[in-house]
Design a protein around this ligand. Structure first.
Ligand SMILES: [Zn+2]
Length: 288
């Protein structure tokens, strides 16, 4: 291709990427996975918020992910890779400014959760690279990243708050959110219908089921809170997303006894099977 044309195309693509990042950050509050109010950071709960967007441009799929974590102080340390793990074409990389106790177990749990969702979605056989940044709890961080997806490949980055004092709750949150976002990523890169790409109830339910399946127990306190202090003056999409989180929590709560359900109980087995059936059925719709 002549240089002039290439430059024009690549400058156009760069502009598109910049616009898509700006759009995604500003649209995080509208697109789901967000549950509070105020300005950008104060609208996000202390569990953080993540968002995924897939757009096709001149035959190329652009995959953009964003993460927003609120905190008292900005997170400005360098996060180095502290662990990585891989199964066939799926890989996880964990980044943190400090060593993370149990990082290899966390990596394997995330790999299992992401692989499970990718299998349910029919995305096995496509490259999946997932970069995970663990931000010390109490630090604020806003980030986004775009990548090009070819033939359903996934190259994404997400950030999550991490508390070494409460690694149990942090682990539950990271696994739930990774499974949730993988539903959106898979639906987007596989070219599934827009309704499935935006299916917040399915994403929240798979997030809850991933905790149950890969941590062995799902506790009520780790379900989506949907804790909007008020539904006043909020975009209708944010209200809908919060309600979808509550809908998913209420569907899952029916399987719990005394605020929890274990993987080996009859209820646990039934809940995982309900999640898997629902996901397979949703992803059986035509895509790419
Ligand atoms: Zn979502």
């Amino acid at each position: 291709m002549p240089n002039g044309k290439f430059s024009a195309a690549s400058s156009c693509l760069r502009r598109f990427l910049a616009l898509s990042k700006a759009f995604l950050i500003s649209a995080l509050l509208l697109s789901g996975c967000v549950s509070s109010r105020g300005d950008l950071l104060s609208q996000v709960s202390d569990r953080g918020a993540n968002s995924t967007s897939v757009a096709s441009f001149m035959g190329i799929a652009i995959l953009t992910t964003a993460s927003v974590i609120p905190g008292e102080l900005p997170f400005d340390e360098v996060a180095d890779e502290v662990d990585n793990c891989r199964l066939n074409e799926t890989s996880i990389e964990i980044y943190s400014p400090h060593p993370v106790d149990g990082s290899s177990l966390l990596c394997e749990q995330l790999l299992s959760a992401v692989t499970w969702v990718r299998q349910l979605a029919g995305a096995t056989g496509r490259t999946g690279r997932f970069r995970v940044t663990l931000v010390p709890a109490g630090r604020s961080f806003v980030t986004s990243r775009s990548s090009i997806s070819i033939g359903g490949s996934m190259d994404v980055s997400f950030a999550f708050p991490w508390s070494s004092e409460d690694s149990r709750a942090s682990t539950a949150n990271v696994i739930s959110k990774m499974a949730h976002e993988t539903v959106h990523v898979a639906a987007g890169v596989l070219g599934k219908p827009a309704a499935l790409q935006r299916d917040e109830v399915l994403a929240y339910e798979l997030g809850a089921c991933a905790q149950l399946k890969f941590l062995g127990v799902l506790q009520e306190r780790d379900l989506p809170r949907g804790s909007l202090p008020s539904f006043q003056n909020l975009p209708k999409e944010a209200i809908a997303s919060s309600r979808h989180g509550l809908d998913a929590a209420s569907a899952v709560r029916k399987y719990m006894v005394d605020g929890q359900v274990s993987k080996k109980s009859a209820n646990g087995i039934n809940l995982i099977s309900a999640c898997e059936e629902k996901a397979r059925s949703a992803f059986s719709s035509p895509g790419l």
